[in-house]
Design a protein around this ligand. Sequence first.
Ligand SMILES: *Cc1c(COP(=O)(O)O)cnc(C)c1O
Length: 358
Amino acid sequence: MGRTAVAILNTENLLHNLTIIKNRAPKSAIMAMIKANAYGHGLRSTALRLDGHVASFGVASIDEALALRKVGIRSKITLMEGVFEPAELVSASLENFDVVFHNHEQVSWLENAALASPLGVWLKVDTGMGRLGFHVDEAQALLKKLSLCFVQRPLGIMSHFACADEREHVHNNFQIKQFQDLIANFSGTKSINNSAAIFNFPDSNYDVVRPGLALYGVSPVFGTLGSDLLLKPVMTLQTSLIAVRQEKKGAFVGYGGTYRCPEDMPVGIMAMGYGDGYPQKNSNNTPVLVNNTRCQLIGRVSMDMAAVDLRAYPQSRLGDPVTLWGAQLPLEEIASYTGRTPYDLLCAVQSRVKFQWT
Ligand SMILES: *Cc1c(COP(=O)(O)O)cnc(C)c1O
């Protein structure tokens, strides 16, 4: 049987979240963002479940895209960071990947490429994220350049929000205005919205929306839970108690002796630690569910284990299931106890955890 740390992944919830997103962006094609191993859920397994339900997939680089073709995914796939060397343009055109162009080198590689078939292209423009993309003033000239290459029509323009999770952030209006000006005379494919913007700025849904986090059932909107937006978490992170101990008042628990029992009390040891991707740094009272009863972590999280204060559930027994996050214990809440983001927590789950789709 081995260790009991498991990430239970729910297909029904994944497709439910997709429906919620489609309802929010009924006129837009969906590019499902599955970069970074589908936010820790498994690149191939997630894509296979979404295939046929979405217009395309978004990945970081060509190796992720090729892995999807290997398992039989024939849908459109977009390389969000474009190609890293000229040879990748040839593979991309052979495999029918769409390619994002965000720097001048990439454009000159395309100008000099000998492709067998026209390439699907997106021009990435920086409207205020300050990460990838051309300056808005350069965009028209670059569109012209791209259109003179061996490319499919229509061309695409995409940009990305920096602060869409905070609806009232002033930077959003700036970016929206920049994008509107940019596409004023552009008849091609337009895309700017990530998950947060789909909920906060539906007027910017345009032709293609690019949800990531919301697909996995986690709220992209600051200060809300997924359930507030009718989303359902895809991942439940779970393990079990491998020891139930009775500690005396004054006993220390864990490395560094950071917790001392204030009274005689039951303490559970769960098989989940930072070596599984569970955050080591969290407040002493981060909640977990032992047999669906809310208890708190105590002491420092170890590599393979962590301790739980079982006073809220004294009848607890060896083998009881412990939920770290899931429908009954929102990841958004755990994030707030750890100073981490839900994105980061999902991506951190390690492959030694067993991944099981239901
Ligand atoms: C990751 C990413 C997205 C998806 O973002 P979420 O906040 O997870 O919805 C969309 N667009 C780009 C360019 C991205 O890198």
